[in-house]
Design a protein around this ligand. Structure first.
Ligand code: DGT
Ligand code: CA
Ligand code: CA
Length: 583
Protein backbone atom coordinates (compact mmCIF):
# COMPACT_ATOMS: atom_id res chain seq x y z
CA UNK A 1 0.00 0.00 0.00
CA UNK A 2 1.40 3.40 -0.94
CA UNK A 3 0.49 6.64 0.84
CA UNK A 4 1.01 9.83 -1.16
CA UNK A 5 2.55 11.84 1.69
CA UNK A 6 4.92 9.02 2.59
CA UNK A 7 6.07 8.64 -0.99
CA UNK A 8 6.51 12.35 -1.61
CA UNK A 9 8.52 12.76 1.56
CA UNK A 10 10.58 9.70 0.67
CA UNK A 11 11.34 11.21 -2.74
CA UNK A 12 12.43 14.47 -1.14
CA UNK A 13 14.70 12.63 1.28
CA UNK A 14 16.24 10.58 -1.51
CA UNK A 15 17.04 13.84 -3.27
CA UNK A 16 18.46 15.44 -0.16
CA UNK A 17 20.70 12.40 0.19
CA UNK A 18 21.92 13.00 -3.37
CA UNK A 19 22.54 16.68 -2.74
CA UNK A 20 24.52 15.88 0.39
CA UNK A 21 26.55 13.34 -1.55
CA UNK A 22 27.18 15.96 -4.22
CA UNK A 23 28.76 18.16 -1.61
CA UNK A 24 30.74 15.29 -0.20
CA UNK A 25 29.08 15.41 3.22
CA UNK A 26 29.86 12.20 5.12
CA UNK A 27 27.26 9.93 6.85
CA UNK A 28 24.30 12.29 6.49
CA UNK A 29 23.26 11.02 3.03
CA UNK A 30 22.80 7.56 4.44
CA UNK A 31 20.51 8.84 7.22
CA UNK A 32 18.26 10.53 4.66
CA UNK A 33 18.23 7.53 2.40
CA UNK A 34 17.31 5.31 5.30
CA UNK A 35 14.49 7.65 6.28
CA UNK A 36 13.24 7.54 2.70
CA UNK A 37 13.13 3.75 2.69
CA UNK A 38 11.36 3.71 6.04
CA UNK A 39 8.74 6.16 4.82
CA UNK A 40 8.16 4.23 1.61
CA UNK A 41 7.47 1.09 3.57
CA UNK A 42 5.49 2.59 6.43
CA UNK A 43 2.21 0.78 7.06
CA UNK A 44 0.46 3.99 8.14
CA UNK A 45 0.02 7.39 6.54
CA UNK A 46 2.60 9.71 8.09
CA UNK A 47 -0.05 12.41 8.20
CA UNK A 48 -2.29 10.24 10.38
CA UNK A 49 0.59 9.52 12.71
CA UNK A 50 1.33 13.23 13.00
CA UNK A 51 -2.31 14.16 13.53
CA UNK A 52 -2.79 11.53 16.19
CA UNK A 53 0.49 11.66 18.05
CA UNK A 54 2.17 14.86 16.92
CA UNK A 55 5.88 15.44 16.58
CA UNK A 56 6.60 12.79 19.23
CA UNK A 57 4.81 10.15 17.21
CA UNK A 58 6.90 10.94 14.14
CA UNK A 59 10.11 10.88 16.13
CA UNK A 60 9.15 7.55 17.63
CA UNK A 61 9.30 5.85 14.23
CA UNK A 62 12.43 3.70 14.34
CA UNK A 63 15.12 5.20 12.12
CA UNK A 64 13.69 8.72 12.14
CA UNK A 65 15.85 11.08 14.21
CA UNK A 66 15.13 14.53 15.64
CA UNK A 67 16.32 16.54 12.66
CA UNK A 68 14.53 14.48 10.04
CA UNK A 69 11.36 14.40 12.17
CA UNK A 70 11.43 18.21 12.18
CA UNK A 71 11.58 18.27 8.42
CA UNK A 72 8.65 15.89 8.22
CA UNK A 73 6.67 18.19 10.51
CA UNK A 74 7.62 21.21 8.42
CA UNK A 75 6.44 19.42 5.29
CA UNK A 76 3.14 18.35 6.83
CA UNK A 77 2.49 21.88 8.14
CA UNK A 78 3.66 24.00 5.20
CA UNK A 79 3.91 21.60 2.28
CA UNK A 80 7.59 22.50 1.92
CA UNK A 81 11.01 21.84 3.42
CA UNK A 82 13.29 24.89 3.41
CA UNK A 83 16.48 22.86 3.66
CA UNK A 84 15.46 21.03 0.49
CA UNK A 85 14.36 24.20 -1.33
CA UNK A 86 17.75 25.74 -0.70
CA UNK A 87 19.51 22.76 -2.24
CA UNK A 88 17.21 22.99 -5.23
CA UNK A 89 18.07 26.64 -5.68
CA UNK A 90 21.78 25.96 -5.49
CA UNK A 91 21.59 23.03 -7.90
CA UNK A 92 18.58 23.34 -10.21
CA UNK A 93 19.24 19.86 -11.64
CA UNK A 94 17.06 16.80 -12.15
CA UNK A 95 19.29 14.70 -9.99
CA UNK A 96 17.09 11.62 -10.00
CA UNK A 97 17.09 11.56 -13.79
CA UNK A 98 20.80 12.27 -14.18
CA UNK A 99 21.92 9.69 -11.64
CA UNK A 100 19.72 7.06 -13.25
CA UNK A 101 22.36 6.93 -15.99
CA UNK A 102 24.73 4.12 -15.18
CA UNK A 103 28.06 5.51 -13.98
CA UNK A 104 26.77 9.00 -13.26
CA UNK A 105 26.89 9.75 -9.54
CA UNK A 106 26.03 12.87 -7.52
CA UNK A 107 29.59 14.17 -7.55
CA UNK A 108 29.73 13.92 -11.31
CA UNK A 109 26.41 15.75 -11.54
CA UNK A 110 27.93 18.64 -9.59
CA UNK A 111 30.84 19.00 -12.03
CA UNK A 112 28.56 18.63 -15.04
CA UNK A 113 26.32 21.39 -13.72
CA UNK A 114 29.04 23.77 -12.61
CA UNK A 115 31.21 23.42 -15.72
CA UNK A 116 28.66 22.82 -18.46
CA UNK A 117 25.35 23.90 -16.95
CA UNK A 118 23.85 20.43 -17.46
CA UNK A 119 20.57 20.05 -15.56
CA UNK A 120 18.79 17.10 -17.19
CA UNK A 121 19.17 13.97 -19.30
CA UNK A 122 18.58 15.75 -22.58
CA UNK A 123 21.33 18.27 -21.93
CA UNK A 124 23.63 15.49 -20.78
CA UNK A 125 23.09 13.59 -24.00
CA UNK A 126 23.69 16.70 -26.12
CA UNK A 127 26.91 17.52 -24.32
CA UNK A 128 28.14 13.94 -24.66
CA UNK A 129 27.31 13.85 -28.37
CA UNK A 130 29.11 17.14 -28.93
CA UNK A 131 32.20 15.74 -27.20
CA UNK A 132 32.09 18.33 -24.43
CA UNK A 133 32.35 15.88 -21.58
CA UNK A 134 35.67 14.31 -22.44
CA UNK A 135 37.49 17.57 -21.81
CA UNK A 136 36.27 17.98 -18.24
CA UNK A 137 38.92 17.28 -15.61
CA UNK A 138 38.83 13.62 -14.62
CA UNK A 139 36.32 12.56 -17.30
CA UNK A 140 37.88 11.52 -20.60
CA UNK A 141 36.59 9.91 -23.77
CA UNK A 142 35.80 6.57 -22.15
CA UNK A 143 33.51 8.20 -19.59
CA UNK A 144 31.78 10.11 -22.34
CA UNK A 145 31.18 6.89 -24.29
CA UNK A 146 29.92 5.16 -21.17
CA UNK A 147 27.50 7.99 -20.50
CA UNK A 148 26.11 7.74 -24.02
CA UNK A 149 25.75 3.99 -23.68
CA UNK A 150 24.07 4.41 -20.32
CA UNK A 151 21.56 6.85 -21.80
CA UNK A 152 20.81 4.50 -24.67
CA UNK A 153 20.25 1.66 -22.25
CA UNK A 154 17.90 3.74 -20.15
CA UNK A 155 15.85 4.79 -23.11
CA UNK A 156 15.42 1.28 -24.39
CA UNK A 157 14.89 -0.75 -21.30
CA UNK A 158 13.48 1.59 -18.72
CA UNK A 159 15.96 0.07 -16.30
CA UNK A 160 14.85 -3.54 -16.66
CA UNK A 161 17.24 -6.46 -16.86
CA UNK A 162 17.29 -9.66 -18.89
CA UNK A 163 16.09 -12.84 -17.19
CA UNK A 164 19.18 -14.60 -18.53
CA UNK A 165 21.48 -12.11 -16.79
CA UNK A 166 19.62 -11.96 -13.51
CA UNK A 167 18.64 -15.57 -12.86
CA UNK A 168 22.20 -16.91 -12.41
CA UNK A 169 23.08 -14.01 -10.08
CA UNK A 170 19.97 -14.54 -8.00
CA UNK A 171 20.51 -18.28 -7.80
CA UNK A 172 24.03 -17.64 -6.56
CA UNK A 173 22.69 -15.36 -3.82
CA UNK A 174 20.07 -17.95 -2.95
CA UNK A 175 22.78 -20.59 -2.62
CA UNK A 176 24.89 -18.44 -0.31
CA UNK A 177 22.02 -17.42 1.93
CA UNK A 178 20.83 -21.00 2.18
CA UNK A 179 24.09 -21.83 3.94
CA UNK A 180 23.57 -19.25 6.69
CA UNK A 181 22.85 -20.90 10.02
CA UNK A 182 19.19 -20.82 10.95
CA UNK A 183 17.85 -20.46 7.39
CA UNK A 184 14.96 -22.92 7.14
CA UNK A 185 13.41 -21.94 3.85
CA UNK A 186 14.37 -19.73 0.97
CA UNK A 187 12.73 -18.90 -2.34
CA UNK A 188 12.98 -16.45 -5.18
CA UNK A 189 9.73 -14.54 -5.69
CA UNK A 190 8.47 -11.73 -7.94
CA UNK A 191 8.89 -11.57 -11.69
CA UNK A 192 11.98 -13.76 -11.42
CA UNK A 193 9.99 -16.67 -10.04
CA UNK A 194 7.44 -16.10 -12.78
CA UNK A 195 10.41 -16.15 -15.22
CA UNK A 196 9.40 -12.96 -16.94
CA UNK A 197 11.67 -12.06 -19.84
CA UNK A 198 12.86 -8.91 -18.10
CA UNK A 199 13.21 -8.25 -14.39
CA UNK A 200 12.76 -4.96 -12.53
CA UNK A 201 14.20 -6.13 -9.24
CA UNK A 202 14.90 -9.41 -7.49
CA UNK A 203 12.70 -10.51 -4.60
CA UNK A 204 13.88 -13.18 -2.18
CA UNK A 205 12.04 -14.58 0.83
CA UNK A 206 13.49 -16.54 3.74
CA UNK A 207 12.39 -18.19 6.93
CA UNK A 208 15.18 -17.91 9.47
CA UNK A 209 15.57 -18.48 13.18
CA UNK A 210 18.23 -15.77 13.26
CA UNK A 211 17.12 -12.99 10.90
CA UNK A 212 20.09 -10.77 11.86
CA UNK A 213 22.56 -13.38 10.64
CA UNK A 214 20.89 -13.64 7.22
CA UNK A 215 20.72 -9.87 6.82
CA UNK A 216 24.34 -9.53 7.88
CA UNK A 217 25.40 -12.03 5.22
CA UNK A 218 23.10 -10.42 2.65
CA UNK A 219 24.50 -6.89 2.88
CA UNK A 220 28.03 -8.29 2.69
CA UNK A 221 27.53 -10.26 -0.52
CA UNK A 222 30.23 -9.73 -3.12
CA UNK A 223 29.40 -7.31 -5.93
CA UNK A 224 27.21 -4.98 -3.90
CA UNK A 225 27.51 -1.32 -4.82
CA UNK A 226 24.88 0.03 -2.48
CA UNK A 227 22.97 -0.97 0.62
CA UNK A 228 19.62 0.80 0.44
CA UNK A 229 18.59 -0.38 3.84
CA UNK A 230 19.16 -3.11 6.36
CA UNK A 231 16.52 -4.20 8.83
CA UNK A 232 15.42 -7.39 10.53
CA UNK A 233 12.49 -8.05 8.21
CA UNK A 234 13.62 -6.34 5.01
CA UNK A 235 16.90 -5.31 3.44
CA UNK A 236 17.68 -3.94 -0.01
CA UNK A 237 20.89 -3.82 -1.96
CA UNK A 238 22.08 -2.91 -5.43
CA UNK A 239 24.43 -5.15 -7.35
CA UNK A 240 27.17 -3.99 -9.75
CA UNK A 241 24.99 -4.76 -12.73
CA UNK A 242 22.63 -2.10 -11.40
CA UNK A 243 19.85 -4.43 -10.31
CA UNK A 244 18.33 -4.17 -6.86
CA UNK A 245 17.65 -7.15 -4.63
CA UNK A 246 15.06 -7.15 -1.84
CA UNK A 247 15.33 -9.74 0.89
CA UNK A 248 12.46 -10.33 3.27
CA UNK A 249 12.41 -12.50 6.38
CA UNK A 250 9.02 -14.13 6.82
CA UNK A 251 7.50 -15.91 9.83
CA UNK A 252 7.26 -19.61 9.03
CA UNK A 253 3.51 -19.80 9.37
CA UNK A 254 3.11 -17.08 6.73
CA UNK A 255 5.71 -18.34 4.27
CA UNK A 256 3.21 -19.74 1.75
CA UNK A 257 1.02 -16.67 1.68
CA UNK A 258 4.05 -14.35 1.53
CA UNK A 259 5.47 -16.41 -1.33
CA UNK A 260 2.14 -16.24 -3.07
CA UNK A 261 1.87 -12.48 -2.53
CA UNK A 262 5.42 -11.54 -3.48
CA UNK A 263 5.44 -13.82 -6.51
CA UNK A 264 2.63 -11.79 -8.02
CA UNK A 265 1.81 -10.75 -10.54
CA UNK A 266 -0.05 -7.86 -9.05
CA UNK A 267 -2.95 -8.52 -11.43
CA UNK A 268 -3.09 -12.16 -10.38
CA UNK A 269 -3.04 -11.14 -6.71
CA UNK A 270 -5.83 -8.62 -7.12
CA UNK A 271 -8.04 -11.25 -8.77
CA UNK A 272 -7.23 -13.80 -6.05
CA UNK A 273 -8.03 -11.35 -3.30
CA UNK A 274 -11.47 -10.77 -4.80
CA UNK A 275 -12.12 -14.50 -4.81
CA UNK A 276 -11.10 -14.69 -1.16
CA UNK A 277 -13.52 -11.91 -0.31
CA UNK A 278 -16.34 -13.71 -2.14
CA UNK A 279 -15.60 -16.73 0.02
CA UNK A 280 -15.84 -14.58 3.14
CA UNK A 281 -12.08 -14.63 3.65
CA UNK A 282 -9.26 -12.13 3.73
CA UNK A 283 -6.03 -12.84 1.84
CA UNK A 284 -2.78 -10.97 2.32
CA UNK A 285 0.93 -11.68 2.65
CA UNK A 286 0.45 -12.82 6.27
CA UNK A 287 -2.10 -15.51 5.54
CA UNK A 288 -5.74 -16.29 4.90
CA UNK A 289 -8.05 -15.02 7.61
CA UNK A 290 -11.66 -15.56 8.55
CA UNK A 291 -12.49 -12.43 10.49
CA UNK A 292 -9.43 -12.11 12.67
CA UNK A 293 -8.80 -15.82 12.77
CA UNK A 294 -5.74 -17.14 10.94
CA UNK A 295 -6.87 -19.98 8.69
CA UNK A 296 -3.80 -20.86 6.63
CA UNK A 297 -0.58 -19.50 5.18
CA UNK A 298 2.25 -21.95 5.69
CA UNK A 299 2.32 -23.27 2.14
CA UNK A 300 1.23 -21.90 -1.19
CA UNK A 301 -0.60 -25.14 -1.93
CA UNK A 302 -2.95 -24.64 1.01
CA UNK A 303 -3.57 -21.02 0.02
CA UNK A 304 -4.80 -22.04 -3.42
CA UNK A 305 -6.69 -25.01 -1.99
CA UNK A 306 -8.66 -22.87 0.43
CA UNK A 307 -9.51 -20.55 -2.43
CA UNK A 308 -11.00 -23.65 -4.12
CA UNK A 309 -8.64 -23.98 -7.05
CA UNK A 310 -5.61 -25.91 -8.28
CA UNK A 311 -2.13 -24.68 -7.38
CA UNK A 312 -0.97 -22.47 -10.23
CA UNK A 313 2.57 -22.54 -11.65
CA UNK A 314 4.25 -19.15 -11.14
CA UNK A 315 4.82 -18.72 -14.89
CA UNK A 316 1.07 -18.66 -15.43
CA UNK A 317 0.25 -16.03 -12.82
CA UNK A 318 -0.57 -13.07 -15.02
CA UNK A 319 -4.36 -13.10 -14.73
CA UNK A 320 -4.75 -14.26 -18.30
CA UNK A 321 -7.32 -16.97 -17.60
CA UNK A 322 -5.23 -19.17 -15.29
CA UNK A 323 -7.45 -18.52 -12.28
CA UNK A 324 -10.64 -19.53 -14.09
CA UNK A 325 -8.87 -22.64 -15.43
CA UNK A 326 -7.61 -23.54 -11.94
CA UNK A 327 -11.10 -23.16 -10.50
CA UNK A 328 -12.39 -25.66 -13.04
CA UNK A 329 -9.43 -27.98 -12.45
CA UNK A 330 -8.45 -27.48 -16.06
CA UNK A 331 -4.99 -25.96 -15.93
CA UNK A 332 -2.80 -27.07 -18.83
CA UNK A 333 0.00 -29.54 -18.14
CA UNK A 334 2.70 -27.14 -19.19
CA UNK A 335 5.99 -28.52 -20.41
CA UNK A 336 9.07 -28.98 -18.26
CA UNK A 337 12.78 -28.80 -18.97
CA UNK A 338 13.03 -32.57 -18.82
CA UNK A 339 10.55 -32.93 -21.68
CA UNK A 340 13.03 -31.42 -24.14
CA UNK A 341 14.60 -34.14 -26.26
CA UNK A 342 16.97 -32.08 -28.37
CA UNK A 343 17.82 -28.74 -29.92
CA UNK A 344 17.62 -27.95 -33.62
CA UNK A 345 19.13 -24.50 -33.72
CA UNK A 346 22.82 -24.11 -33.02
CA UNK A 347 25.86 -22.80 -34.81
CA UNK A 348 29.31 -24.36 -35.03
CA UNK A 349 32.78 -23.45 -36.19
CA UNK A 350 31.54 -24.11 -39.72
CA UNK A 351 29.92 -20.68 -39.79
CA UNK A 352 32.35 -19.03 -37.43
CA UNK A 353 30.73 -20.16 -34.19
CA UNK A 354 32.92 -20.97 -31.20
CA UNK A 355 32.89 -24.77 -31.18
CA UNK A 356 33.19 -27.84 -33.38
CA UNK A 357 30.26 -30.18 -33.96
CA UNK A 358 31.93 -32.71 -31.65
CA UNK A 359 32.23 -30.18 -28.84
CA UNK A 360 28.60 -29.21 -29.25
CA UNK A 361 27.28 -32.76 -29.15
CA UNK A 362 29.38 -33.56 -26.11
CA UNK A 363 27.37 -30.99 -24.13
CA UNK A 364 24.11 -32.05 -25.76
CA UNK A 365 24.74 -35.61 -24.62
CA UNK A 366 25.56 -34.45 -21.11
CA UNK A 367 22.25 -32.61 -21.08
CA UNK A 368 20.51 -35.92 -21.74
CA UNK A 369 19.41 -35.03 -25.26
CA UNK A 370 18.63 -37.66 -27.87
CA UNK A 371 19.76 -35.51 -30.76
CA UNK A 372 21.29 -32.21 -31.77
CA UNK A 373 20.55 -30.44 -35.02
CA UNK A 374 23.34 -28.36 -36.53
CA UNK A 375 21.99 -25.28 -38.25
CA UNK A 376 24.75 -23.01 -39.42
CA UNK A 377 24.04 -19.82 -41.30
CA UNK A 378 23.87 -19.97 -45.08
CA UNK A 379 25.55 -17.95 -47.78
CA UNK A 380 23.58 -14.71 -47.84
CA UNK A 381 25.08 -13.85 -44.46
CA UNK A 382 28.64 -13.28 -45.56
CA UNK A 383 29.75 -11.70 -42.29
CA UNK A 384 28.55 -14.83 -40.51
CA UNK A 385 30.56 -17.01 -42.91
CA UNK A 386 27.33 -18.46 -44.24
CA UNK A 387 27.65 -21.87 -45.95
CA UNK A 388 26.87 -22.37 -49.62
CA UNK A 389 25.45 -25.52 -51.26
CA UNK A 390 28.88 -27.07 -51.65
CA UNK A 391 29.88 -26.48 -48.04
CA UNK A 392 26.58 -27.89 -46.84
CA UNK A 393 27.37 -31.07 -48.79
CA UNK A 394 30.80 -31.23 -47.17
CA UNK A 395 29.29 -30.73 -43.75
CA UNK A 396 26.86 -33.55 -44.48
CA UNK A 397 29.84 -35.87 -44.90
CA UNK A 398 31.33 -34.88 -41.58
CA UNK A 399 27.99 -35.34 -39.84
CA UNK A 400 27.56 -38.78 -41.43
CA UNK A 401 31.04 -39.70 -40.25
CA UNK A 402 30.32 -38.56 -36.69
CA UNK A 403 27.01 -40.41 -36.67
CA UNK A 404 28.76 -43.65 -37.71
CA UNK A 405 31.22 -43.11 -34.91
CA UNK A 406 28.39 -42.71 -32.42
CA UNK A 407 26.75 -45.86 -33.74
CA UNK A 408 29.98 -47.81 -33.38
CA UNK A 409 30.00 -46.70 -29.75
CA UNK A 410 26.48 -48.08 -29.35
CA UNK A 411 25.13 -44.61 -28.71
CA UNK A 412 21.57 -43.78 -29.66
CA UNK A 413 22.45 -40.12 -29.96
CA UNK A 414 21.85 -38.62 -33.42
CA UNK A 415 23.28 -35.56 -35.13
CA UNK A 416 20.92 -33.97 -37.60
CA UNK A 417 21.91 -31.64 -40.35
CA UNK A 418 19.88 -28.51 -40.77
CA UNK A 419 20.72 -24.97 -41.78
CA UNK A 420 19.51 -21.55 -40.78
CA UNK A 421 18.78 -20.13 -44.19
CA UNK A 422 17.91 -16.54 -45.01
CA UNK A 423 14.58 -15.29 -46.17
CA UNK A 424 15.58 -12.85 -48.89
CA UNK A 425 13.78 -9.58 -49.45
CA UNK A 426 11.33 -11.17 -51.87
CA UNK A 427 10.65 -14.23 -49.73
CA UNK A 428 12.95 -16.59 -51.59
CA UNK A 429 15.44 -18.74 -49.68
CA UNK A 430 19.16 -18.22 -50.28
CA UNK A 431 19.80 -21.98 -50.77
CA UNK A 432 18.54 -24.03 -53.72
CA UNK A 433 15.71 -26.50 -53.09
CA UNK A 434 17.79 -29.47 -54.25
CA UNK A 435 20.29 -28.75 -51.45
CA UNK A 436 17.58 -28.06 -48.89
CA UNK A 437 16.06 -31.42 -49.73
CA UNK A 438 19.21 -33.22 -48.64
CA UNK A 439 19.11 -31.72 -45.15
CA UNK A 440 17.25 -33.41 -42.30
CA UNK A 441 15.32 -30.17 -41.80
CA UNK A 442 15.72 -26.51 -42.65
CA UNK A 443 15.19 -23.30 -40.72
CA UNK A 444 14.54 -19.93 -42.34
CA UNK A 445 14.85 -16.56 -40.69
CA UNK A 446 14.84 -12.87 -41.43
CA UNK A 447 18.35 -11.48 -41.08
CA UNK A 448 18.16 -8.43 -43.31
CA UNK A 449 15.74 -5.71 -44.48
CA UNK A 450 13.98 -5.47 -41.14
CA UNK A 451 12.11 -2.28 -41.86
CA UNK A 452 9.58 -3.43 -44.41
CA UNK A 453 6.00 -2.41 -44.57
CA UNK A 454 3.69 -4.76 -42.65
CA UNK A 455 1.84 -6.51 -45.49
CA UNK A 456 5.07 -6.91 -47.46
CA UNK A 457 6.92 -8.39 -44.48
CA UNK A 458 4.03 -10.75 -43.79
CA UNK A 459 3.96 -11.93 -47.41
CA UNK A 460 7.72 -12.34 -47.38
CA UNK A 461 7.56 -14.75 -44.43
CA UNK A 462 4.52 -16.58 -45.77
CA UNK A 463 6.31 -17.16 -49.08
CA UNK A 464 9.20 -18.75 -47.15
CA UNK A 465 6.73 -20.94 -45.25
CA UNK A 466 5.33 -22.17 -48.55
CA UNK A 467 8.73 -23.62 -49.44
CA UNK A 468 8.19 -27.37 -48.83
CA UNK A 469 11.66 -27.80 -47.35
CA UNK A 470 11.45 -25.01 -44.79
CA UNK A 471 10.32 -26.61 -41.54
CA UNK A 472 10.98 -23.88 -38.99
CA UNK A 473 10.84 -20.09 -38.91
CA UNK A 474 13.49 -18.85 -36.49
CA UNK A 475 12.87 -15.92 -34.09
CA UNK A 476 9.63 -15.09 -35.90
CA UNK A 477 9.16 -11.48 -34.78
CA UNK A 478 12.79 -10.39 -34.85
CA UNK A 479 12.82 -8.39 -31.67
CA UNK A 480 15.97 -7.93 -29.61
CA UNK A 481 15.14 -7.02 -26.04
CA UNK A 482 16.34 -3.55 -25.05
CA UNK A 483 17.70 -2.99 -28.57
CA UNK A 484 15.28 -3.61 -31.40
CA UNK A 485 11.53 -3.79 -31.72
CA UNK A 486 9.64 -6.52 -33.54
CA UNK A 487 9.35 -6.07 -37.24
CA UNK A 488 5.92 -5.29 -38.59
CA UNK A 489 3.96 -8.48 -39.25
CA UNK A 490 0.34 -9.59 -39.28
CA UNK A 491 0.75 -12.37 -36.75
CA UNK A 492 -2.71 -13.85 -37.32
CA UNK A 493 -1.92 -14.29 -40.99
CA UNK A 494 1.44 -15.83 -40.13
CA UNK A 495 -0.31 -18.28 -37.81
CA UNK A 496 -2.83 -19.28 -40.44
CA UNK A 497 -0.08 -19.89 -42.97
CA UNK A 498 2.00 -21.85 -40.45
CA UNK A 499 -0.96 -24.10 -39.74
CA UNK A 500 -1.81 -24.58 -43.40
CA UNK A 501 1.74 -25.31 -44.51
CA UNK A 502 2.79 -27.35 -41.48
CA UNK A 503 5.59 -24.93 -40.63
CA UNK A 504 6.86 -24.80 -37.05
CA UNK A 505 7.46 -21.46 -35.31
CA UNK A 506 10.46 -21.14 -33.08
CA UNK A 507 10.65 -20.11 -29.45
CA UNK A 508 14.21 -18.81 -29.49
CA UNK A 509 15.77 -19.19 -26.02
CA UNK A 510 18.52 -16.64 -26.46
CA UNK A 511 18.12 -14.21 -23.52
CA UNK A 512 18.05 -11.12 -25.77
CA UNK A 513 15.47 -12.68 -28.04
CA UNK A 514 12.95 -14.92 -26.28
CA UNK A 515 11.04 -14.78 -29.51
CA UNK A 516 8.17 -15.81 -29.76
CA UNK A 517 7.13 -14.14 -26.54
CA UNK A 518 4.63 -15.55 -24.03
CA UNK A 519 1.55 -13.94 -25.54
CA UNK A 520 2.39 -15.02 -29.08
CA UNK A 521 3.12 -18.56 -27.90
CA UNK A 522 -0.36 -18.76 -26.40
CA UNK A 523 -1.90 -17.42 -29.59
CA UNK A 524 0.04 -19.98 -31.66
CA UNK A 525 -1.07 -22.80 -29.39
CA UNK A 526 -4.69 -21.70 -29.62
CA UNK A 527 -4.38 -21.58 -33.41
CA UNK A 528 -3.07 -25.16 -33.43
CA UNK A 529 0.36 -24.12 -34.70
CA UNK A 530 3.31 -26.29 -33.66
CA UNK A 531 6.32 -24.74 -31.95
CA UNK A 532 9.91 -25.68 -31.23
CA UNK A 533 12.14 -24.49 -28.39
CA UNK A 534 15.66 -23.83 -29.67
CA UNK A 535 18.68 -22.03 -28.28
CA UNK A 536 20.42 -20.46 -31.30
CA UNK A 537 23.63 -21.31 -29.39
CA UNK A 538 26.81 -19.88 -30.91
CA UNK A 539 28.87 -21.43 -28.13
CA UNK A 540 28.54 -24.84 -26.46
CA UNK A 541 27.71 -23.30 -23.08
CA UNK A 542 24.77 -21.49 -24.63
CA UNK A 543 22.96 -24.79 -25.16
CA UNK A 544 21.97 -24.29 -21.52
CA UNK A 545 19.89 -21.29 -22.55
CA UNK A 546 17.17 -23.82 -23.32
CA UNK A 547 15.83 -23.29 -19.79
CA UNK A 548 14.84 -19.71 -20.69
CA UNK A 549 12.97 -20.88 -23.77
CA UNK A 550 11.22 -23.50 -21.68
CA UNK A 551 10.06 -20.94 -19.13
CA UNK A 552 8.87 -18.69 -21.92
CA UNK A 553 6.90 -21.64 -23.34
CA UNK A 554 5.46 -22.30 -19.90
CA UNK A 555 4.38 -18.65 -19.69
CA UNK A 556 2.65 -19.25 -23.02
CA UNK A 557 0.75 -22.27 -21.65
CA UNK A 558 2.56 -24.68 -24.00
CA UNK A 559 2.05 -28.41 -23.51
CA UNK A 560 4.04 -31.34 -24.89
CA UNK A 561 1.71 -31.72 -27.81
CA UNK A 562 2.49 -28.15 -28.92
CA UNK A 563 6.27 -28.45 -28.92
CA UNK A 564 7.82 -30.68 -31.58
CA UNK A 565 11.09 -31.22 -29.72
CA UNK A 566 9.14 -32.74 -26.85
CA UNK A 567 8.05 -35.52 -29.21
CA UNK A 568 10.07 -38.56 -30.19
CA UNK A 569 12.62 -37.92 -32.93
CA UNK A 570 10.63 -40.17 -35.24
CA UNK A 571 7.41 -38.23 -34.71
CA UNK A 572 9.17 -34.92 -35.22
CA UNK A 573 10.85 -35.99 -38.45
CA UNK A 574 7.59 -37.46 -39.73
CA UNK A 575 5.94 -34.12 -39.13
CA UNK A 576 8.69 -32.41 -41.13
CA UNK A 577 8.49 -34.97 -43.94
CA UNK A 578 4.75 -34.65 -44.28
CA UNK A 579 5.31 -31.05 -45.31
CA UNK A 580 7.84 -31.77 -48.04
CA UNK A 581 5.73 -34.63 -49.42
CA UNK A 582 2.68 -32.40 -49.65
CA UNK A 583 4.05 -30.59 -52.65
P1 DGT B 1 9.43 -6.43 -11.45
O1 DGT B 1 10.22 -6.37 -10.20
O2 DGT B 1 9.04 -5.11 -11.99
O3 DGT B 1 10.10 -7.26 -12.51
O4 DGT B 1 8.04 -7.17 -11.15
P2 DGT B 1 7.55 -7.91 -9.83
O5 DGT B 1 6.32 -8.65 -10.20
O6 DGT B 1 8.64 -8.68 -9.21
O7 DGT B 1 7.09 -6.68 -8.93
P3 DGT B 1 7.62 -6.11 -7.54
O8 DGT B 1 9.04 -6.46 -7.31
O9 DGT B 1 7.27 -4.67 -7.56
O10 DGT B 1 6.71 -6.80 -6.47
C1 DGT B 1 6.78 -8.18 -6.21
C2 DGT B 1 5.41 -8.75 -6.07
O11 DGT B 1 4.76 -8.18 -4.94
C3 DGT B 1 4.48 -8.45 -7.23
O12 DGT B 1 4.63 -9.33 -8.29
C4 DGT B 1 3.15 -8.60 -6.56
C5 DGT B 1 3.37 -8.08 -5.18
N1 DGT B 1 2.93 -6.68 -5.12
C6 DGT B 1 3.72 -5.60 -5.14
N2 DGT B 1 2.98 -4.47 -5.03
C7 DGT B 1 1.70 -4.86 -4.99
C8 DGT B 1 0.44 -4.17 -4.90
O13 DGT B 1 0.36 -2.94 -4.85
N3 DGT B 1 -0.68 -4.94 -4.88
C9 DGT B 1 -0.64 -6.30 -4.94
N4 DGT B 1 -1.76 -6.99 -4.93
N5 DGT B 1 0.50 -6.96 -5.01
C10 DGT B 1 1.66 -6.27 -5.06
CA1 CA C 1 10.61 -7.77 -8.49
CA1 CA D 1 10.71 -5.84 -5.28
Amino acid sequence: MKFTNNQELANIFYEIAYFLEMEGVPFKPYAYEKAAIILENLEEDIKDIYQKKGFKGVKAIPGIGESIAKKIEEYLKTGKIKYYEEFKKRYPVDIEELTSVEGVGPKMVKVLYEKLGITNLKELEEAAREGKIRSLPGFGEKTEQNILQGILFLKKSGGRFLLGEVLPLAQEIEKRLKKVKGVKKISLAGSLRRRKETIGDVDILVVATKPEAVMEEFVKLPGIIKVWGKGTTKSSIRLESGIDVDLRVIPEKSFGSALQYFTGSKEHNIALRKIAIDLGLKLNEYGIFKGNKFVAGKTEEEVYKILKMQWISPELRENRGEIEAAQKGKLPRIIELKDIKGDLHCHTRWDGGANSIEEMIEIAQKMGYEYLGISDHTKYLKIEHGLDEKQLAEQRKEIDRLNSKLQALNSNFKILQGAETNILKDGRIDIKDESLRKLDYAIAGIHSHFKMEKSQMTERIIKAMKNPYINIISHPTGRILKRRDEYQIDFDKILRAAKETGTVLEINSYPERLDLNDINIKRAKEAGVKLIIDTDAHHKDQLRYIEFGVSQARRGWAEKKDIVNCWSLKEMLEFFNRKSKRS
